[in-house]
Design a protein around this ligand. Structure first.
Ligand SMILES: NC(=O)c1ccc[n+]([C@@H]2O[C@H](COP(=O)([O-])OP(=O)(O)OC[C@H]3O[C@@H](n4cnc5c(N)ncnc54)[C@H](OP(=O)(O)O)[C@@H]3O)[C@@H](O)[C@H]2O)c1
Length: 276
C-alpha cells in the first residue's frame, strides 16, 4: 500500500491517478471526507500532517509514503512513519533546498523537511523539482474577465515542470531500493519567462492574450495581505535578488523515465478548460 499525502493537490492528485492506473494499491490522505476528486478504487483516509499523532490509521499497513514538506512537526510525522514500519518515504522538496540559505523562509522549510527525512531511519528518496507549471493557474481568474495577464518577476526564466512528471518520477522511484538515499533534482524541458507562457497559452486557447510585467513595487503590493510576509521576502530573495537560479534544465526526468519531460504546451492543452 502506498500512502499519498497532498492527494487533492497538483502533484498528489496525479500520483494517485498514476498508481490507480497501474493497479497499485493506493491510499489518499485527505483532510476531510468525502474526497470526490479521487478515483473510485482509491481508499481515502482522513488525517492532518499538522497532527502527526492522528496519522496512525492512515499509516496502518503502508509500505511507501509520498510526503509533502513544510508541516509543523516534520520529525513527528517521520516518527509516526517509522513507527508504522513504512519501508520507503519519498519527500517532495524543491531545488531551492540545494542552496542551503537558511535565512530564506521557504528554503529553510525545505531543508528542515529534508533533514527530518534523512534523520528518520526510514529509507528515503528526495525529489527537488523546479517551479511548477501549475503555478500558472494563478492567472485563471484574471483570464476569465480579461485578455491581459499581469505577472511579477517578468524577466525571470524558470524551467517549469509539469506536476504530472513529478508524480511520474515519484511513482517510478517509490519502493525501488535503487533510489534509496538518492536526491533527484527535476526540471521541465525549457526555461520560460512569464511572457513566453502567455504566448503559449494564447496559441493553445486561440485567444489574443497580452502580457504586462509588474514592477517589483506593484508585485510586492499585490502579495501583501495575500501571502505571509516571510514568503514575500523569500520570493523577492529568489527572483528579484537572484538567490535562486530556477532556469536550469536537468536531464533527470528523461534519465529516469526514458522520455522527455512534458512541455508547457502539453500542460496548457491538458488544462485549457481552466482558462476558458
Ligand atoms: N509550486 C511550486 O512551484 C513548488 C515548487 C517546489 C516545491 N513545491 C512544494 O510542492 C508541494 C505540493 O505542491 P502541490 O502544488 O501539489 O500542492 P497544492 O496543489 O498546493 O495542494 C496542497 C495539498 O496539501 C494538502 N494539505 C494542506 N495542508 C495539509 C495538512 N495540514 N495535512 C494534510 N494535507 C494537507 C492539501 O489538501 P486540502 O485539499 O485539504 O487543502 C492539498 O492536497 C508544496 O508543499 C510546495 O511546498 C511547490
Amino acid at each position: 500500500m502506498i500512502l499519498v499525502t497532498g492527494s487533492t493537490g497538483h502533484v498528489g492528485r496525479e500520483l494517485v491517478a498514476r498508481c490507480a492506473e497501474a493497479g497499485r494499491p493506493v491510499r489518499a490522505l485527505v483532510r476531510k471526507a468525502p474526497a470526490d476528486a479521487l478515483p473510485d478504487s482509491v481508499e481515502a483516509v482522513v488525517g492532518d500532517l499538522d497532527r502527526p499523532e492522528l496519522l496512525r490509521p492512515a499509516l496502518a499497513g503502508v509500505r511507501g509514503v509520498f510526503l509533502l514538506p513544510g508541516y509543523a512537526d516534520m520529525p513527528g510525522v517521520l516518527a509516526e512513519i517509522g513507527r508504522a514500519g513504512v519501508g520507503h518515504v519519498v519527500l517532495l522538496s524543491s531545488v531551492a533546498a540545494a542552496d542551503g540559505v537558511m535565512e530564506n523562509a521557504i528554503t529553510r522549510m525545505m531543508i528542515e523537511s529534508e533533514t527530518a527525512v534523512r534523520g528518520s531511519g526510514v529509507p528515503w528518496t528526495i525529489l527537488r523539482p523546479s517551479g511548477f507549471m501549475s503555478n500558472t493557474f494563478q492567472w485563471a481568474g484574471g483570464l476569465a474577465v480579461s485578455d491581459v495577464v499581469e505577472a511579477e518577476f517578468p524577466d525571470v526564466p524558470v524551467a517549469m515542470i509539469d506536476p504530472y512528471d513529478i508524480a511520474a518520477v515519484a511513482a517510478h522511484v517509490l519502493l525501488d531500493e535503487a533510489h534509496f538515499g538518492l536526491t533527484h533534482a527535476l526540471s521541465g524541458p525549457e526555461p520560460l519567462r512569464p511572457a513566453d507562457r502567455v504566448d503559449i497559452l494564447a496559441r493553445t486557447l486561440g485567444r489574443d492574450l497580452r502580457f504586462r510585467g509588474l514592477s517589483d513595487e506593484e508585485a510586492r503590493a499585490r502579495m501583501e495581505g495575500a501571502v505571509p510576509p516571510q514568503y514575500i521576502d523569500a520570493f523577492f530573495r529568489y527572483y528579484a535578488d537572484g538567490e535562486l537560479d530556477d532556469s536550469i534544465v536537468r536531464p533527470t526526468v528523461r534519465d529516469l523515465l526514458g522520455r522527455a519531460p512534458r512541455t508547457f504546451q502539453q500542460w496548457a492543452t491538458a488544462h485549457a478548460a481552466a482558462f476558458s
